[in-house]
Design a protein around this ligand. Structure first.
Ligand code: MLT
Length: 235
């Protein structure tokens, strides 16, 4: 049996042992949903960049997608909503990508044996990737500036539940058990449940809440973006 661990925020990352695990970076609103959409629309590579300074060095070489506190950075080509990652813009392209929480989370997950980007859009494919990977699963939520958030925790619960139902995984991690409890509360009306999340209100204030139902759509794609040599690529 392999084990599932859920880490609710990047701040808690050093408290867990995860080096040999297959990790999933989770930022449902909106980074990992946007990344899955970019690959669905033919993007070739997504370079997760943690700092704005480093991102500037990609300008002129790659398509730049970036936000801080939800707002597009002025030198970026596009902001951070799945709807900006259109086929016309991203097909065949390398995207240098930096967001408030999500891209730093991906770079932490990359320290594990393997790392992937997970969202509701690729839930089943992601679980197959974890099952075929034949290692412990480490589910790393982006949260918000070091704090817990609901939407990432609910998704971690969906993954943990699917993996335990599949019979190859078990868990003794209280965060995984709590995440599964949240998933069971949320699963019958996901958009309704997520309405209470703080990020729902943040996105509403910047007129970006239109993406929330899309980001909670299950299994739109079989693509699993995986981390290799400094970038996410299509698995
Ligand atoms: C993040 O990385 O914190 C998010 O993707 C923020 C956002 O929704 O723009």
């Amino acid at each position: 049996m392999h084990r599932i661990t859920v880490c609710f925020t990047p701040v808690q990352f050093p408290s867990y042992s995860h080096d040999d695990a297959n990790a999933v970076a989770i930022d449902i609103l909106r980074a990992t949903s946007s990344i899955c959409t970019a690959f669905m629309n033919g993007a070739e590579r997504v370079i997760p960049v943690s700092t704005v300074e480093e991102l500037k060095s990609h300008a002129g070489r790659h398509l730049i997608a970036a936000e801080r506190d939800g707002i597009k950075l002025d030198f970026a080509d596009i902001g951070n909503s799945p709807k900006y990652f259109t086929r016309a813009l991203v097909a065949g392209k390398t995207i240098a990508y930096s967001t408030t929480n999500g891209t730093h989370t991906i770079n932490l997950a990359a320290q594990c044996r393997n790392a992937a980007a997970g969202s509701f859009l690729n839930l089943s494919a992601l679980c197959r990737w974890l099952e075929e990977g034949n290692r412990d699963a480490f589910l790393l939520c982006a949260g918000w500036k070091g704090r817990f958030n609901l939407e990432d925790a609910v998704f971690a619960g969906a993954v943990a539940q699917k993996l335990t139902d599949g019979g190859q995984f078990t868990t003794e991690c209280d965060s995984a058990l709590a995440a599964m409890d949240l998933w069971s509360l949320a699963k019958n009306d996901l958009p309704g449940y997520i309405r209470k999340a703080a990020q729902n209100e943040r996105l509403r204030k910047i007129n970006a809440a239109d993406t929330i139902p899309y980001c909670h759509t299950i299994d739109l794609t079989d693509i699993v973006p995986v981390y290799r040599d400094g970038a996410l690529i299509r698995n």
